[in-house]
Design a protein around this ligand. Structure first.
Ligand SMILES: [Zn+2]
Length: 493
């Protein structure tokens, strides 16, 4: 065993545990103490307290029995090795927390190891976390930008073919980013010091003396020179209208339970892999933990009318009121074994895994409605449908991402008398996102947050690459990232 010096360190349940690591650490500690019991070694602290803390009345007897049985010595050796590996895992976990700027969490893990003060390597780790902490300064929350995407185009040839005669292909070209563009953008933004933060990181909710909640800017600490941004993905439903255009077909879980994508090749073969934002970004952050602030990922903004994440979870597929649209009618004909409960169960499993991995969900309204144009009664019906069909699968959310670039009002405070605003707040929404090309758009109302989002889609990338506008150069060079397979993007109007 190369790691024998670790035997000088007594692991005890730490007073403070990093939230995410607490369970594994407690398990680890009990395992380590089991090892200590078997080896009968003396802790650096020594003395009665330590002996008492080991607290196993049967220890000597147990050890005695083990000494009579050589095969159990082998067990002990194996366990020693396992525990050494576990020890490495805790220190690796601390390092990983520090890489995602959670220096406090990292230090707490190390301080949870009794005797850390006497260990050179652990002291060095603590010093480096301390240094990391000192290099941080508060992010100016007003300068946190927010970028968004739709589902990525995997096969540009299928997506953009015949765009002059096919409105869907023209839409694919205008609104979508390709896999190759997305990968280049996240790499370039990372190289420029951009770090993904959660939208809830940018706000702090407090209560005044009367118990009324109010919102104020949150505190995000990042090393000098780093820039925070929020990322969202809209319409992650794999609508029927995406079929055969070279998009992923659904989100599934891989053998390790991690979210990934199913994609159908032009030959009709189903393959699994990184065919959309979630698995690509997950992998990128896995390889570059410092691309994410404390493990934050993006916001997934969902409608409900075609189900979610590629599952046909919506009640409308049951055709209870007899007015199925053509897409749904065809899909039901193609899928005679449709079982809505099975669809919902699978969608929920994927949603749970996404949340586990740091993704958040938002409402994009059930029917992708125009929030300004829709009547109040339509908004109420729509909100109820989201609550019944989507919320049970992804959990409730206080974030609403408006569709079609519409909003409830001009920038600044919403009109408190606006009945749609009052209604949505009453329904639990307190973070309102629209589409806005401004570099930064963050606004704190009394008890709500507004944030503008920048579309990084084909239209924007093409126009920037062609020098027709300059709206993304703070993030990346559009000429460098534009997909060579993207045809010219027609003007919007
Ligand atoms: Zn949308």
């Amino acid at each position: 065993m190369k790691i024998h010096r670790k035997q000088n360190i007594e692991l005890k349940k730490p007073a403070v545990l990093a939230a995410g690591a607490s369970i594994v650490f407690i398990l680890l500690i009990s395992g380590w103490m089991g090892f200590r019991r078997q080896r009968g070694s003396v802790s650096v602290n020594g003395g009665m307290d330590t002996e008492t803390s080991l607290g196993d009345a049967g220890r000597d007897t147990e050890q005695g029995r083990r000494e009579e049985k050589p095969e159990n010595q082998k067990d002990a050796g194996e366990e020693e090795e396992t525990l050494a590996v576990q020890y490495q895992e805790v220190t690796a976990q601390a390092d990983r927390l520090s890489l995602s700027y959670d220096y406090e969490g990292a230090a707490a893990l190390i301080r949870g190891i009794e005797g850390y003060e006497g260990d050179k390597e652990l002291k060095e780790k603590l010093a480096s976390y301390e240094k990391g902490m000192e290099s941080c300064e508060p992010v100016n929350i007003q300068e946190v930008t927010h970028v968004f995407y739709h589902s990525l185009v995997v096969d540009p040839q299928r997506a953009f073919a015949n765009q002059d005669r096919n409105p869907q292909a023209a839409g694919n070209n205008q609104w979508m980013t390709t896999v190759s563009e997305f990968k280049k953008i996240i790499q370039e933004m990372y190289d420029r010091g951009y770090v993904i933060v959660g939208i809830h990181d940018i706000l702090k909710v407090s209560a005044d003396e009367n118990g009324n909640t109010f919102f104020e800017p949150g505190e995000i600490m990042l090393p000098k020179g780093k820039k925070a941004y929020v990322l969202s993905q809209d319409d992650l439903s794999y609508y029927h209208c995406y079929d055969n255009y070279g998009y992923a077909a659904k989100m599934i879980l891989d053998e390790e339970g991690k979210p990934t994508c199913e994609y159908i090749t032009p030959d009709g073969e189903k393959v699994t892999g990184d065919y959309d934002i979630v698995p690509i970004l997950d992998k990128f952050i896995e390889e570059h933990p410092d691309a994410s602030y404390r493990g934050a990922k993006g916001i997934i903004a969902l409608t409900g009318y075609n189900g979610i994440l590629g599952y046909r979870t919506d009640k409308s597929y049951l055709n209870v009121d007899g007015n199925l649209d053509d897409d749904k009618r065809q899909w039901l004909l193609d899928n005679p074994d449709f079982d809505i409960e099975k669809e919902r169960e699978q969608a929920k499993k994927v949603a749970d895994a996404l949340k586990e991995d740091g993704w958040e969900f938002a409402s994009h309204t059930w029917g992708h409605i125009k929030i300004r144009d829709a009547s109040f009664s339509r908004l109420m019906r729509d909100t109820q449908k989201w609550r019944e069909n989507v919320e049970p699968l992804v959990g409730n959310t206080d974030v609403i991402v408006f569709a079609h670039g519409q909003d409830l009002g001009d920038w600044g405070n919403y009109d408190e008398n606006n009945e749609k605003f009052q209604f949505l707040k009453g329904e639990g929404y307190h973070i309102f996102c629209n589409v806005d090309q401004g570099q930064y758009r963050v606004y704190f109302g009394r008890d709500y947050l507004r944030q503008g989002r920048r579309d990084l889609d084909g239209y924007r990338i093409y126009r920037n690459a062609e020098g027709k506008e300059d709206s993304v150069s703070d993030l990346f060079d559009a000429k460098e990232i534009i997909d060579p397979l993207r045809p010219p993007v027609p003007p919007l109007w």
